[in-house]
Write a protein that binds this ligand. Structure first.
Ligand code: ATP
Length: 355
């Protein structure tokens, strides 16, 4: 097991800055997700931790040892790509034991390790099967077995479930997390899928355009996003933003939105007008006749126990998650009430949360 730390990590390809100064520590034994849209620098960061890519600047430390210039094979870290490639001419036991054979381990030791690994994955009964005869789930487990059999200090996983359909992915997520809890090895998991990250990780780093926008526990990132980017990327449908102008006076402790005053950290400068965005999650909205934000129901999407109702207002189209039993008529005028204690507030120019 290992603690992984990156300090001011940067990587440029020619003039293009793919990773722009990341700093974070991954605790020993943690399940850490790097989440962000395509091209935000997740894979490049992971490859630098693995030793497959040399940083342009910055340091990588494994258990406080600087490994920035250490070659990949000396780091004792397993890099797991999409989990489906197996050797078709080998049986399950041979597939799992292959990395140990490459290391030159004695046959008896390989046999024992393969047995232990298969037990951990609950696939002992499949050891002599041909991989071509396996179900999709068992193929994934064998591929995983091949990754864990070396007992590395840490696992780096790059979208390992990317090629799977969503139902199966869900199942594999819980298996991966369960396996992590039993092995206890530090895991860094790269994904662009917020549900995968939220459901598996202890902590998440949300990345955007080469920068880490926020690091936190899943609930922290959902409840208190540090930026409009994070608020928009996490949650389905995402957080609503209601833009408005506020007059700021130095010393103010509140900002007014319609007739609601919102507590904020002390304002430090006078500004006649500042662009603000009130952030409201769809589940923190309900219909209320007397509410100051009003609009016309545009549509309703039935989702079983809840429905997503969209309402056109002067602040743009707002999505509300309501119980399916709530009566909704398209074209109806409604008032929208927000749970004030769950509101977020952002400075539009910087995109950063101010509360
Ligand atoms: P994806 O999920 O699409 O892989 P990502 O977040 O993992 O995205 P990276 O693969 O780290 O992103 O890429 C970050 C940026 O760096 C992208 O714009 C990519 O085109 C660029 N990049 C990555 N590797 C190289 C390379 N070897 N040469 C030039 N540009 C690269």
């Amino acid at each position: 097991m290992a603690q992984i730390r990156v300090e001011n990590l940067r990587k440029s390809f020619d003039q293009f800055a793919a990773v722009q100064g990341s700093n974070f520590t991954i605790d020993d034994g943690a399940f850490f997700a790097m989440l962000g849209p395509s091209g935000c620098g997740k894979t490049t960061t992971l490859r630098m931790i693995a030793g497959l890519e040399l940083p342009t600047e910055g340091k990588i430390l494994l258990d406080n040892e600087d490994v920035t210039f250490q070659r990949a094979s000396a780091r004792d870290i397993a890099f797991v790509f999409q989990l489906f490639a197996l050797y078709p001419h080998m049986n399950v036991a041979e597939n799992i034991g292959f990395p140990l054979k490459c290391q030159g381990m004695a046959r008896r030791d390989i046999h024992q390790r393969v047995q232990e690994t298969a037990k951990l994955l609950r696939i002992e009964h499949l050891l002599s099967s041909k991989t071509s005869k396996l179900s999709g789930g068992d193929r994934q487990r064998v591929a995983l077995g091949r990754a864990i059999v070396r007992r590395p200090k840490a696992f780096l996983m790059d979208e390992p479930l990317g090629a799977l359909d969503s139902e199966f992915r869900h199942l594999m997520c819980s298996e991966l997390r369960d396996l992590h809890d039993r092995i206890g090895a530090t895991t860094v998991y790269v994904t662009h899928d917020q549900l995968e990250a939220m459901s598996m990780a202890d902590r998440i780093a949300v990345m955007n355009e080469g920068r880490v926008e926020q690091i936190g526990f899943p609930q922290e990132i959902y409840d208190r996003p540090a930026s409009m980017f994070v608020a928009d990327f996490i949650g389905s449908p995402p957080m609503n933003f209601l833009r408005f102008e506020a007059g700021l006076r130095s010393g103010d402790r509140t900002i007014s939105f319609h007739d609601t005053s919102i507590a904020v950290p002390e304002i430090r400068e006078d500004r006649a007008s500042a662009g603000m965005a009130l952030g409201v999650r769809p589940e923190h909205i309900r219909f209320a006749d007397a509410a100051p934000v009003r609009g016309e129901v545009f549509g309703a999407e039935y989702l079983g126990t809840t429905q997503i109702v969209t309402v056109d207002t002067a602040h743009g189209r707002i999505a509300a998650r309501l119980p399916s039993s709530a009566p909704v008529r398209i074209g109806e005028r409604v008032g929208l009430e927000f749970r004030s204690e769950r509101l977020a507030l952002f400075d539009v120019a910087s995109g950063l949360a101010i509360r």
